[in-house]
Design a protein. Structure first.
Length: 76
């Protein structure tokens, strides 16, 4: 993975830009390549960062979310 300077990168650009981890050792078949996405390395530390970013951008583009509206997040 290419490293980026955080000072030149938007916080939004960091969402989803997480490394792939090679976990092929978990399968007995040497012909299988198995990878996991390190979503905990998102700025919010959660796999929820990626879908929330997409939902917010879609709501803004559709006009459903405007400056007058309030976003309430219920999270565990």
């Amino acid at each position: 993975m290419e490293t980026e300077s955080i000072t030149n990168t938007s916080l939004l650009d960091l969402i989803g830009n997480t490394p792939l981890l090679d976990i092929s050792f978990l399968t007995p078949n040497p012909k299988i390549s198995l990878f996991a996405k390190a979503e905990w390395m998102n700025p919010g530390g959660s796999l929820k960062d990626r879908p929330v970013k997409r939902m917010l951008f879609q709501a803004i583009e559709s006009g459903e979310l405007t400056k007058e509206k309030i976003i309430i997040d219920s999270s565990s």
